[in-house]
Design a protein around this ligand. Structure first.
Ligand code: ADP
Length: 264
């Protein structure tokens, strides 16, 4: 449905004829609204840890000045808040970079199974800290692909990290690779990478908005786990750049399956 609320009429007279140009500016209005929302969101996300930092500085200057044990505790909280701001700025920069590169098709030749294996190895300490078992199921031979290895590594890192974080401690996360010469979604050779967790899952009402910047299905849990709300937005843009697709299937109480489909 296209809504045309704002119309600019420009009339010009030339040699007796009248030229009228109508420009639909609805999409411009929409883009500028989105930009305003984004700035408001970023400001809010930065201000929350900043307010906490300012509060603790005041406390350390005043009431907790001579309390050594309180000072240590507060400094740790301040470090955590500073880290949160640092992660947010890092994710904002990543998002900015992938958005600006979206039209440029990546050309690097890479082998997907090795890339996934090393991504999983990097995430093992995080998984072990939550007693989560990580497994990789991939075809025996190499799975070759054209892409941007750093960006694809970021996609899989974000998705596997989410599966570990939200999947709950003591669970399992499986990464499955399926390669096909004729993928139904891509209508040609493609590879599917599925990240499967057995956690609490995501309610169907949240699924369509999950890749929006700062959208969180469970806001409290995301913040508690140090999430920025930008991970899936970054994932979406990188997959778009690779002309691929992201599919999310989930049911409350039954875990979640995130499928990345990439053309080969
Ligand atoms: P965040 O930094 O909050 O994790 P993301 O963009 O990575 O942001 O994810 C958006 C939201 O999607 C999360 O806040 C969380 O509510 C939900 N989510 C993502 N992955 C999972 C998962 N595997 N299981 C349950 N919920 C998930």
């Amino acid at each position: 449905e296209v809504e045309c609320r704002y119309m600019n009429g420009v009339g010009a007279v030339s040699g007796g004829a009248v030229l009228v140009v109508f420009q639909d500016v609805t999409h411009l209005e929409h883009a500028s609204q989105m930009r305003r929302d984004f700035v408001a969101n970023v400001s809010h996300e930065l201000r929350t840890p900043l307010t906490a930092l300012m509060g603790f500085i005041e406390t350390l200057r005043g009431p907790a000045r001579d309390d050594v044990s309180a000072r240590e505790r507060f400094l740790q909280i301040m470090m955590d808040e500073a880290n949160r701001m640092n992660r947010l700025v890092g994710d904002l920069l990543s998002l900015n970079r992938v958005e600006s590169e979206e039209r440029i098709r990546p050309r690097e030749q890479l082998e997907l199974t090795a890339l996934l294996q090393s991504t999983l190895n990097n995430l093992r300490p995080l998984a072990e800290a939550s007693s989560v078992v990580l497994t990789l199921n991939a075809p025996d031979g190499p799975v070759s692909l054209t892409g941007d290895s750093d960006q694809l590594r970021q996609v899989f890192t974000n998705l596997i990290e989410n599966a570990i974080k939200y999947g709950g401690s003591g669970g399992s996360v499986e990464v499955r690779v399926l390669s096909s010469d004729r993928d139904t979604a891509m209508r040609g050779p493609a590879v599917r990478v599925q990240i499967i967790d057995k956690g609490p899952g995501i309610d169907a009402t949240h699924l369509p908005r999950l890749t929006e910047r700062f959208y969180r299905a469970d806001s409290h849990r995301s913040r508690e786990l140090g999430g920025t709300g930008l991970g899936l937005a970054i994932v979406k843009h990188i997959i778009n750049r690779h002309r691929g697709r992201l599919r999310v299937e989930s049911e409350l109480g039954k875990g979640a399956v995130f499928t990345v489909i990439l053309p080969r």
